[in-house]
Write a protein of this length. Sequence first.
Length: 507
Amino acid sequence: MKQATLILDRDYRIGDIDPRIYGSFIEHLGRAVYTGIYEPDHPTADGDGFRSDVIDLVKRLNVPVVRYPGGNFVSGFDWRDSIGPREARPRRMDLAWKTTEPNTVGLHEFCAWAKKADSSVMYAVNLGTGTPASAREVVEYANHPGGTALSDQRRKNGAEDPLGIKLFCLGNEMDGPWQMGAKTANEYARCANEAAKLMKWTDPTIELVACGSSGSGMPTFGDWEHTVLNECHDNVDYLSLHRYYGNPHNDTPDFLASTMDLDDFIKTVAGIARGIKGKKHSRHTVSLSLDEWNVWYHSHGQDQTIYKNKPWGTALHLLEDIYNFEDALLVGLMLITILKNADTVKIACMAQLVNVIAPIMTREGGGAWAQTIYYPLMQASTLGRGVSLAPIISCEKADTAHYTDVPMVDAAAVQKENGDVVIFAVNRNLTDDVVLKCDLRAFGSASGGMMLAHHSVMHHDDMKAVNTEDNPMNVVPADIAPVMEDGCVKLPRASWNVLCLTPTVKK
Ligand code: AHR
C-alpha cells in the first residue's frame, strides 16, 4: 500500500483560526432569497416567512458570518429601497442578473434571519453606482443608537436597538468589466478610501474589507492590490480575494490539484499586503478575506454574460449547480488550504449558501437538502476551531495538466482548546489507498500520547455521485472504526477524512 507521513508538533503554529473562515454568502440572486431562505407560503415557514427547514440546515453548518446582499447585485442596489413598509418598497430592475427585485426581504429582515440562523451579517455597500455618502449612511442607519434622522428612521421602522453590523465590504469585484460601475484601480482606491473614512467616522467599531481582484487571472491582478492598498492601507482591515474552480474537461486529477493555485493566490496577495505595510512603515496589518470561494461550473461556469439572454423575472433558477462527490473533495482541499493560511486569511465565505452555487438546495413548496459540498464545510466548521498547526507531509507527488508536484495527500491540523487535535486530510489518489503514518511524538509524554478517538470518511465509488431531494444521503461522511496502529491510519482512495485525536491522559 502507498505510504505518506505527517509530522505534527504543538509548537509548529500557523496561527489562531478566526471562526469567520467558515462564513458564507447570500446574494439577491436566483432563488437564494426568494424560495430559498424566504418562502412565506411554505409549510415550514415561520411567522416572518423564513423557511425553518433551511434555517435548521444552516445552523448545522455553524456559519458565523453571512455576506449580503451581493455580489454583483450590490453594485446597482440602493439600500434605501430595502427598508420601510414593505408595500411601499419599489420593485427594481437588477441589471447584474436580469432579475426583478421586489425588495420584500431587505435590511431588517435579513438581520432578523441571520439572528435566527445563529449568524452575523457582513454587509456589502454599493461602490459601483453608489457613493461614499450613501455607504456611510447605511452605517448610520444600522448602527447609530438614535437621535439623528437616519437612526430614528430605523427605530421608526421597528428596530429600536441598532442592527449592530460590524463588518462591511467596500463594494464587490470592482475590477470586473461585468460589474455595474466597474472602476480602474485608481478610481476604486480613491472611492474606497473616502468611503472607508466616512464609514469609520460614523462608527469606529466597524471593520472594512476592500476589494482585491475578482480572480488571480484578471489582467490587473497584482497592480490592483498594490494600488488599492497604497491608498487605503491604514483605513481598511481586510483585502478580498475571490476564487472558483471547475472541472469542465473532466480531468479529475487536475481539478483536485486546483488548490495549488489557491495557495499561491493567497500567498501572493498576503505578500503584497505585507510589502505595502513595510513600505508605509505602518503598524497596521491588513489581513485577507476570501469572501467568495467554491466550485462553480456545472451551471455554465463564470461566463456572466449568459445570464442576460433570458426573460426578466423573480426567483429565477440561476447558478443552481448540482455538486458531486469530487466537488466535495475539492471543497475539502480548499478548506485545508484556508486553514493552512490561517495566519493571513481571517474571513472566508463559501459562495453561496442556498440554491445559488450552494451547499443547501430547496424546492419551492418542497424539501430542503444538503449537497455533497455541505459536509466538509460542516465538519471543518464544527471541529476546526482553535490553533492551526503546520503539518509536515511527505508523500508521493505527481504532475497534472496544469500543476507540478501535486502531493497525493494534503492535510491541515487544528489543536483545540481542550488539547484534542483534529486532522483534516484528503487522499487525492483515485486508485490507491494510502497509509498515513502520523508522527505525533511532540504530543507524547512519559504517561501517554494521543489516541485516535474518531475517524470520519467521505468516499463514494462514483466521483460524479450527487445528493438529491429523493436521495439526500447518497454522498455523506461516515464514521468508521478508529484504527491507528503505530501511528498508521488508512486513508481510502479519493477520500476526505476527519481524524479526531485525543490525549490518552487528560490533564
Ligand atoms: O457568487 C456569484 C457571483 O460571482 C457574485 O455575484 C460575483 O461577485 C462573482 O462574480
